[in-house]
Design a protein around this ligand. Structure first.
Ligand code: CTP
Length: 399
């Protein structure tokens, strides 16, 4: 379930060409379960009709501070109180300047002053305007304010046919950031390190030992931790997945690289979702090994057990979570790993079935806490399972 489910979001639409994209945002917010009300500036009305937003949000759209019938419907102060999150998208350079100065010269800026909810500004404008020192100064000031966040624009081709920063990010990025803005204190200020994907242990430049892990669970966990307010480092083995928004990604290949990358981080929470290869060739040839008809019996040696080593080191993260993908005696094996590796919690799942650990989009997991308390979750899409695991990790019994 999205953090936006059941939440009241006020969308303030500014007068830029990206105003048409705000219509898609309303749909995405509603799909995530949010209740949405829309307020438009006068210049936004030059780009999109209020009726569009009325139809998509299911509510009358606010456009005028002095409209007695809108005030009767829901007054501007009531609207400012109603909002649990105010999203300003697209936010023009002019709107940024007015927000920074604390002006209240229209309905939207008045609401921005009257609300106590977090405000997420999503600037979108011409690249040169974005780079202008006046705009950058306004951004710095707004970012320093309590409960005020700025989602920086994407780079790309703009409506003015220039290329550079200025585009309104895609709805999924705006929504992930909105979730982060709503997360409250859950994982704010915590550094969460997540490992994901398989590792590859090379015999020679073209052959390696690995496993079918897709990395989906680890990537979803990183995204969910970021949405919950954490600073996230994702240490990823080879995958074909795009980097989750907001997370720092460290790419590795082998188990030994992954160990070095994880050891280099100071984590508050470590979640080892990677399927680390347990064995690596004793020798790695620089040259491609030529095949022959004779059997090949390469010598293998154990890789470092990263989780076990870190969980028992003096630099241990306060919360250490492992994964156990098993074929039999799932709970028994997971509990043994939890105890032998001295973990705080373990996520157990089966390798088999449509919700099996490797590659599938859905998952059923059992979350086991040190001390024995456990519960099952799923089958649900991996994204939802990841959100549930992050809520479990952020819950008071771990912190
Ligand atoms: N893990 C690790 N380093 C390794 C191997 C695994 O950190 N070299 C981590 C995984 O990321 C996962 C957990 O340990 O969180 C899995 O435990 P493990 O006992 O290693 O599982 P398997 O490799 O499946 O072990 P077995 O084959 O004995 O079941």
């Amino acid at each position: 379930m999205s953090r936006l489910d059941g939440r009241r979001v006020l969308l303030g639409v500014g007068g830029g060409i990206a105003a048409y994209k705000a219509a898609e945002l309303v749909r995405a917010l509603r799909r995530a379960g949010a209740e949405v009300r829309v307020v438009m500036t006068a210049s936004a009305e030059e780009f999109v009709q209020p009726l569009t937003f009325q139809a998509l949000s299911g509510h009358r759209v606010g456009t005028d501070l002095f409209d007695p019938s809108f005030e009767e419907d829901i007054g501007h102060i009531e609207l400012a109180r109603w909002a649990e999150l105010v999203l300003v998208a697209p936010c023009t350079a002019n709107l940024l300047a007015r927000a920074r100065a604390g002006m209240a010269d229209d309905l939207l800026t008045t609401i921005l002053l009257a609300t106590t909810a977090p405000v997420l500004f999503c600037p979108a404008m011409n690249t040169q305007m974005w780079k202008h020192p006046a705009v950058q100064e306004n951004i710095v000031v707004l970012e320093r304010r309590p409960r005020s966040l700025v989602l920086h624009p994407d780079e790309g081709e703009l409506a003015c046919r220039e290329t550079g920063p200025g585009r309104l990010p895609d709805p999924d990025v705006v929504l992930a950031t909105a979730e982060r803005a709503l997360a409250g204190g859950q994982l704010r200020g915590k550094h969460v390190v997540v490992t994901a994907g398989p590792t590859r242990e090379f015999f020679d430049p073209v052959r390696f030992l690995s496993n079918p892990s897709s990395g989906k669970m680890g990537y979803s966990l990183a995204a969910a931790a970021w949405s919950a307010g954490a600073d996230v480092t994702l240490v990823s083995g080879p995958t074909s997945l795009p980097a989750p928004w907001g997370c720092r990604v460290v790419r590795v290949v082998s188990a030994s690289d992954m160990r070095d990358a994880v050891l280099a981080e100071r984590a508050d929470v470590l979640i080892m979702a990677a399927a680390v290869a347990d064995y690596t060739p004793v020798e790695r040839s620089e040259h491609k090994r030529k095949k022959s008809d004779a059997p090949w019996d390469p010598a293998l040696t154990r890789t470092p057990d990263i989780l076990s080593e870190l969980a028992q080191s003096p630099r241990r993260a306060p919360v250490v979570i492992g994964f156990a993908a098993e074929t039999d005696d799932i709970i028994g094996n997971a509990v043994r790993k939890l105890e032998s590796k001295r973990l705080d919690g373990i996520v157990a799942n089966s390798v088999y079935g449509p919700t099996g650990a490797f590659g599938s989009d859905a998952s059923t997991v059992t979350l086991i806490r040190r001390g024995g308390h456990r519960h099952e979750f799923g089958p649900h899409p991996k994204r939802e399972v990841a959100e549930h695991i992050i809520e479990w990790v952020a819950s008071s019994d771990f912190q």
